[in-house]
Write a protein that binds this ligand. Structure first.
Ligand SMILES: [Fe+2]
Length: 275
């Protein structure tokens, strides 16, 4: 759901160079208030996870200077994925730790700057599934995949849980009330064996994802809400140098929290989920 000109991206400082801190200014306040209002309209609470960026409710998505995992990721294109991929979908529990909260229902991106019109890509599951055979879909529903925590959750889950969160024997597609839900990441989810029906199904899914990607340039003042259950998202390459007036989005998550267990939250926060 693309909401053009949802807020006035006015009065912005120079673009930050890290996920945090998030500068206080009129533009970032309007982006945050509009994001929370948009998610509330969908019946969702705005949430974060203690294991990602210390549980900050909003983070900067910006070009980061230097080399290394996060700076390189901040500029490169990103294949289709769902966010918080190793966490269960809403209504299910992690096999080993019932305290782990569900991944978000929606990813909410708000645009502050996008000088080169870098595109966010979205891939609806409804366009991916027709590219797959019945047998491939059946494979993806089996609890047989290894799912590693998304990059931004690795250090945080390790320090909170004692080891990086990983699912051994998880599904990628779920039957939920007559519909299919997805969790997937090209880089963090895959089959145990490199060959065989499971690996082939993952490869077919990834190829269908690539073929069905739609690009959306999030302009200053726009909000993009991506359904994290029936859609995947990614990004094209981001050009430019860190800081200055370079690309700057804010990101937060929305979740229907009605069925959350108290142990999936932190007592000291209204929005931060475990881990
Ligand atoms: Fe993402």
């Amino acid at each position: 759901m693309h909401l053009p000109n949802a807020f006035d991206a006015a009065e912005l400082p120079t673009t930050p160079e890290a996920f945090l801190p998030l500068p206080n200014s009129e533009g970032t306040l309007l982006a945050r208030a509009s994001s929370i209002a948009a998610l509330a309209t969908l019946g969702l609470d705005t949430v974060s996870y203690g294991s990602e960026n210390t549980g900050a409710l909003f983070v900067n998505l910006v070009i980061m200077p230097g080399d290394g995992y996060f700076p390189e990721k901040s500029r490169s294109s990103m294949h289709g994925h769902t966010d918080a991929v190793s966490f269960p979908v809403r209504g299910r529990f992690d096999n080993e730790d019932a305290r782990i909260a569900p991944s978000p229902d929606f990813v909410c991106l708000s645009g502050l700057r996008n000088p080169a019109n870098a595109e966010t890509t979205v891939m609806p599951l409804s366009e991916i599934l027709p590219q797959l055979t019945h047998d491939q879909i059946a494979e993806l529903k089996k609890p047989q995949f290894i799912i590693r925590a998304q990059g931004t959750f690795r250090d945080g889950t390790e320090s909170i849980l004692g080891e990086e969160h990983q699912v051994d024997g998880g599904e990628l597609l779920f039957d939920v009330e007559g519909k299919l839900w997805v969790r997937f990441s090209h880089s963090s989810a895959g089959a145990d064996e490199e060959e065989g029906a499971a690996a082939d199904a993952v490869e077919a899914f990834a190829a269908a994802c690539k073929a069905r990607a739609d690009g959306i340039a999030i302009a200053p003042g726009d909000i993009l809400l991506v359904n994290n259950r029936i859609g995947l998202h990614g990004r094209t390459t981001v050009e430019g140098e860190a800081g200055g007036e370079s690309r700057w989005l804010l990101r937060t998550y929305g979740l229907d929290t009605a069925s959350l267990d108290p142990q999936q939250r932190y007592e000291d926060s209204a929005h931060k989920l475990f881990p």
